[in-house]
Design a protein around this ligand. Structure first.
Ligand code: ZN
Ligand code: ZN
Length: 354
């Protein structure tokens, strides 16, 4: 099969032929219909993820068709349209037994713990635990983002964040996860303040339902005062959807009394320790929560809202590229402030212009 492979961290990846994967006894091989380009892939490529062993194929936001299954798989067969959470669970540990597969003790993550979906095929472990059916009316490009940014945002806003109609919700960082969170919080009846340094990202946030936008680059001392002013004292719920010490602190500082901060953006060790303003957490009785993906069995309420058109993940996808264009796009994730989401279609071949 063709795959995007990198041999060294931070050196340009190449598209080349590699052996096709085969399913493990309880696993499946998926023919990739579409795979999202995510900042986590960029972190992995830069060497910020200790799980990655070289050479490596990135990619963890995927949808496609089951190509083959192992002998122990009961619920899936070749031809099924599927997606997966980016955290694939073992199905047997104490966390899985509690239904908390998103924090499985023996989790696998395609594109991190093993080769991922920037390829024609990808292997997924424990298919019965991790595969999620994708309805016919949902394109693979749209479904690809559900496993990472959209499901993560859904659980952060609705599950961990317990959003309620009429609340002020601040979203720090309007990349893939942040824009998803803006849409989901707005659909839940909240008033959303979108915060970013990119005017393009804020424009998209507005189009997806943000009531207010704060351009953090226009505020040298940070966006907190602007957020408190807009929300009459602070947000009820605030998400750090980017993942940086600065956005985490701004998210906590922008909360009102008894507000809830949800950390969604990953905080790579390379960025240093993240200092949380704990004095404020005590004085204002704030809640600090983490959100790490979403278990496959928690997908149905989100899928229902997507099918009903209440949530429109399709609106987040702003470009589709070929596998051959993926290495350059991956490298650019570190420098180009993204507005919207790029997906890779491995079946699409370069045209004359590429
Ligand atoms: Zn992702
Ligand atoms: Zn487990």
């Amino acid at each position: 099969m063709r795959a995007v492979v990198f041999e060294e961290f931070g050196r340009e990846a190449r598209v080349r032929e590699v052996p096709d994967p085969t399913p493990s006894t309880a696993g499946a091989v998926i023919r990739v219909g579409a795979t999202g380009l995510c900042r986590s892939d960029w972190h992995g490529w830069k060497g910020h993820d200790p799980d990655i062993v070289l050479p490596h194929v990135p990619g963890h936001e995927l949808a496609g068709v089951v190509e083959a299954v192992g002998p122990d798989v009961r619920n899936w067969r070749p031809g099924d349209r599927v997606t997966v959470p980016f955290v694939c669970a073992c199905g047997r540990c104490a966390a899985c037994a509690e239904g908390a597969q998103q924090v499985c003790e023996r989790q696998t993550q395609p594109g991190f713990t093993h080769w991922g979906s920037f390829a024609e095929f990808v292997a997924i472990e424990q298919a019965d635990v991790n595969l999620v059916a994708v309805p016919e009316e949902l394109s693979f490009a749209t479904a690809a983002g559900l496993g990472c940014r959209f499901a993560t945002a859904f659980r952060a806003v609705v599950g961990q964040g317990r959003v309620a109609p009429g609340e002020w919700v601040a979203v720090h960082g309007c990349g893939g996860v942040g824009l998803s969170a803006v849409m989901i919080a707005a659909a839940a009846g909240a008033r959303v303040v979108a915060v970013d340094v990119s005017p393009g990202a804020l424009e998209l946030a507005k189009a997806l339902g943000a009531a207010e936008c704060v351009d953090a680059s226009a505020h040298p001392s940070g966006p907190v005062t602007a957020i408190r002013d807009l929300t009459g004292g602070g947000a009820h719920l605030s998400l750090d959807a980017l993942g940086s010490p600065a956005t985490c602190a701004a998210s906590v500082d922008g909360l009102r009394r008894r507000g809830r901060h949800v950390q969604v953006g990953l905080l790579p060790a390379a960025a240093g320790e993240t200092v949380v303003p704990m004095a404020r957490v005590i004085g204002l009785e704030l809640e600090i929560l983490g959100s790490h993906g979403m278990a496959a069995h928690d997908y149905p309420p989100m899928m229902d809202m997507v099918r009903a058109g209440t949530l429109r993940p399709d609106l987040l996808v702003t470009s589709t590229i070929t596998l051959d264009a993926a290495p350059a796009a991956l490298a650019a994730m570190g420098t180009v402030p993204g507005a919207g989401v790029t997906v890779i279609d491995p079946a699409q071949r370069p045209t004359e212009e590429d």
